[in-house]
Design a protein around this ligand. Structure first.
Ligand code: ADP
Length: 394
């Protein structure tokens, strides 16, 4: 029996996929259908370093999936698919772990739509269309929020009237759970230590950024909240701001509530501060050439990240390690160095040589001996989804 799992991540106008060997993590075929519904919709399939682009003009999610499955069939891979793993952004309090999808699960996911109105409905489209086209294999839902369901009330409640939690589910949920879970388990394996003996903070730094306190393998606090806007500075998201900012901007800058929401989600963070880009690579280059605003954006990003890591470590009692992951965490040595220098209060001392050479291909320790250890660990959410899917259908 093959170990191949088709991993699907369905957005409102895109569909990311990967064929993953759940035992080895090998991903022979990956790709993306994008601009779905538009006249320039395309399906890109990557295999052995080769890229194939297929025109699916005006194609829907269903047509993109259909085109993908035809290609997999031609490549004699369709019959190797053992199950499908779907990334689902929000499981609310309904899901504490991954689960095989049936009608009850579909309804429970749907009941979380109001918590992630941009993501969950799109995830559901992906699941339903995929179930129709691949109806002989089981489908599994893997939630971004599930890992954080172990947070205690003291970490997940906002200090607002309790009825809002009871009636509307207003609380902190946390996201990026699949990544935080993957890197913490991967580090434990590398260190050859049981995860249950480690207290870690993991920092997932990509376009979206979040950090999580992981006590003996369980999430006990995280920086994202009711939505992925809370917490760290991100590419275009502000992270934490004064909760009165909405009111201030509506009354003083004549903005509507939707405009403020758009500003904080799409025009803030690294982009808003620098005025140049949401991309850390671009800012790094601009900063090196003397761009003051790029430097400022990087400094705010690093300072706030360090502050949040220190805050998260409060919930751990003892900090056995800090993990950097995601595009920035894995690749931006200068950011890691700045953050670690800011965190000397927690006993971090960067090893500049190890830090400079660390990256996706060279993971591991980036601090000197005697320091609280920090590591670069490459994340692999697709493999985590495939592992969960395989374990459930086994
Ligand atoms: P996503 O959250 O979309 O998966 P990624 O995890 O790929 O994003 O991270 C994207 C971020 O990683 C971007 O800000 C990008 O500039 C940054 N990044 C990638 N490579 C480097 C690098 N070599 N140096 C600095 N930043 C990098």
């Amino acid at each position: 029996m093959s170990n191949n799992i088709l991993v699907i991540n369905c957005g409102s106008s895109s569909l990311k996929f990967s064929l993953v060997n759940s035992q080895t993590g090998n991903q022979p075929i990956t790709g993306l259908a994008e601009r779905l519904g538009d006249s320039d919709a395309i399906l890109t399939i990557k295999e052995n370093g080769q890229k194939q682009v297929i025109d699916i003009a005006n194609g829907s999610h269903s047509q993109a999936l259909d085109a993908l499955l035809k290609q997999l069939d031609e490549k004699q891979q369709l019959s190797t698919i053992k199950a499908v793993g779907h990334r689902v952004v929000h499981g609310g309090e309904n899901f504490t772990s991954s689960i095989i999808i049936d009608d009850k699960v579909l309804s429970a996911i749907e009941s979380c739509n109001h918590l992630a109105p941009l993501h969950n409905p799109a995830n559901l489209i992906g699941i339903k269309e995929c179930q129709k086209l691949l109806n002989t294999v089981p489908h599994v839902a893997v939630f971004d929020t599930a890992f954080h369901q172990t947070m205690p009330k003291s970490a997940y409640l906002y200090p607002i009237p309790y009825e809002l939690y009871e009636q509307h589910g207003v609380r902190r949920y946390g996201f990026h759970g699949t990544s935080h879970r993957y890197v913490s388990a991967a580090l434990a394996e590398t260190l050859n230590k049981p995860l249950e003996e480690l207290n870690l903070v993991s920092a997932h730094l990509g376009n979206g950024c979040s950090a999580t306190a992981i006590l003996k393998g369980k999430s006990v606090d995280t920086t994202m909240g009711l939505t992925p806007l809370e917490g760290l500075v991100m590419g275009t998201r502000s992270g934490d701001v004064d909760p009165s900012l909405h009111h201030f901007l509506c009354t003083q800058a004549d903005m509507t509530i939707d405009e403020v929401n758009n500003l904080l989600n799409k025009k803030s963070g690294l982009l808003g501060l620098s005025g140049i880009s949401n991309d850390m690579r671009t800012l790094d280059e601009a900063s090196q050439k003397g761009d003051q605003r790029a430097t400022l954006a990087i400094n705010v990003f690093c300072y706030r990240l360090a502050k949040q890591i220190a805050a998260l470590s409060v919930s751990l009692g003892r900090l056995d390690g800090l993990i950097f992951t995601g595009g920035i965490g894995e690749n931006a040595a200068s950011i890691r160095e700045k953050v670690l220098n800011q965190l000397s209060v927690l006993g971090f001392q960067v090893d500049s040589t190890h830090n400079a050479s660390a990256g996706k291909d060279q993971q591991g320790l980036i601090t000197s001996s005697g320091s609280t250890p920090a590591y670069v660990v490459s994340t692999d959410e697709e493999w985590m989804i495939a592992k969960d899917t395989d374990a459930l259908v086994a």
